[in-house]
Each structure stands twice: as structure tokens, then as C-alpha cells.
Design a binder for this molecule. Structure first.
Ligand code: PLP
Length: 222
């Protein structure tokens, strides 16, 4: 199937749900991103800063660029002029740097708190107490150029439905708790980014609002 057919198939599966598609374009050349754009995709996810910064000027300006990989503070400046959402917020330090760089461009950058939900230790992310420590800090509360709009997580890479669904369910519970406790009056705090090519149906069943799909659209990255 072509990129356009794959995107149409995802859009059909998402119709009638609250979820939107983040097309994960990492490693793919600009021509394939243009094909995805022409098929209607408007949210693109990349995990390497230099790669995203190189592709962005080559493509239409109405694309929402999402940073989905771990972001080092010294690289924030390359994304700050254009990035829509950083899905991988894992420290107060990163939020402070995003705020500083976004202010220079007179913009607001959106962010998702990334939680550690998988069994594998290699997958990064916050614990709930760590996230609450950030949200309760005076430094966070003073920020004006970053806005948290939800949570993100990566489940264990496993065919075990009960395990993976349990992890997505946990992330949903973190979202519900944070929403009620810190963001009850904030309509913009509404995203639960979970689900990839191998597990997105389970993520949708657990309430995902953003699925991040690469290989099921472009084929394997080899
Ligand atoms: C690569 C990547 C994806 C997409 O993975 P696929 O299995 O190709 O769909 C989603 N989320 C993150 C954080 C990724 O790094």
C-alpha cells in the first residue's frame, strides 16, 4: 500500500474517536514527508533535533512539528523557532530552557510530560511524584512561554495485551489525576499521547488522543 492509502486507512480508523494521528517521519526523506502531507497529514513527529530542523523549512508552514525523542537542553534553541509540541518533557530544567528559548521568538511551545510506564528501564520518563514536584515548583509556575497540554508514554514492546493495556491504563490514570489536581480549569490540558504501529489499537481503547505511527505508514525503517 502507498503512503497515501496508509494514511487514509488510519484517518478512517480514527474517525469518530477523539484521537489524532502523529505521522512519525524520522529517518524518511523530505519527498516521503511531502507525500504524507499531500495525503492530508498535518502532525509530524521526529526524534532527532538536527533532522527536524533540516526538514522543517523544506515543507509547508502549517505542519505541527512534534519532538518525540529525548531532548537535550543544549539543542532546544534549534527547535524553538518552530516546534509545536515537545512530547518528551522529562525535567524542570528542560521546561526552563524551552521557556527561555521560546521567549526569544515571542512564542509559546506546548509540552507533554513524558511518563515512565514500561517495564524496560531503558525507556525514559518521569514518575508521578517527579511530575508533581515540577508542577508544584515556583519556577514552573512562573513560566509564560511553555504550556503543558498533556502526557505521553511508551509502553513495553510486547505482544502481551494485558501488560501493554495495563501500562496505557496507568498513563490514562496519571492524566486524569493531574487534570483534576492541577489543570481542572485549563481546557488545553487534554492530550494523552500513546500508541505506536504495534500497539495503537490498545492505546485507542484506553483513551489515547494522539497515536504516533511510523512504520505502519512508511514501512520499516530498516
Ligand atoms: C519511532 C517512534 C514511534 C513510531 O514507531 P513505529 O513503531 O514506527 O510506529 C512512536 N513514538 C516514539 C517515541 C518513537 O520514537
Amino acid at each position: 500500500m502507498s503512503i497515501a492509502e496508509n494514511i487514509a486507512s488510519f484517518e478512517a480508523q480514527l474517525a469518530g474517536t477523539a484521537a489524532r494521528l502523529v505521522v512519525v517521519t524520522k529517518t524518511h526523506p523530505v519527498e516521503r514527508l511531502r507525500e504524507a502531507y499531500e495525503a492530508g497529514a498535518r502532525i509530524f513527529g521526529e526524534n532527532r533535533v538536527q533532522e527536524m530542523a533540516a526538514k522543517q523549512p523544506e515543507l509547508p508552514a502549517d505542519i505541527e512539528w512534534h519532538q518525540i525523542g529525548q531532548l537535550q537542553t543544549n539543542k532546544v534553541k534549534y527547535l524553538a523557532p518552530f516546534v509545536h509540541t515537545v512530547e518528551s518533557i522529562d525535567s524542570l530544567r528542560l521546561l526552563l530552557e524551552l521557556d527561555k528559548q521560546a521567549a526569544k521568538h515571542n512564542r509559546i511551545i506546548r509540552g507533554l510530560l513524558q511518563f515512565h510506564i514500561a517495564q524496560e528501564d531503558t525507556k525514559t520518563g518521569l514518575t508521578l511524584p517527579e511530575a508533581e514536584e515540577i508542577l508544584q515548583s515556583a519556577e514552573y509556575q512562573a513560566l509564560r512561554h511553555v504550556r503543558l497540554t498533556g502526557v505521553m508514554g511508551i509502553a513495553t514492546h510486547s505482544p502481551d495485551e494485558a501488560l501493554v493495556r495495563g501500562e496505557f491504563h496507568q498513563l490514562r490514570q496519571y492524566f486524569d489525576y493531574l487534570k483534576a489536581t492541577y489543570f481542572a480549569a485549563d481546557e488545553e490540558f487534554r492530550e494523552i499521547s500513546m500508541g505506536m504501529s504495534a500497539d495503537y489499537p490498545w492505546a485507542l481503547a484506553e483513551g489515547s488522543t494522539l497515536i504516533r505511527v511510523g512504520s505502519a505508514i512508511f514501512g520499516s525503517r530498516g
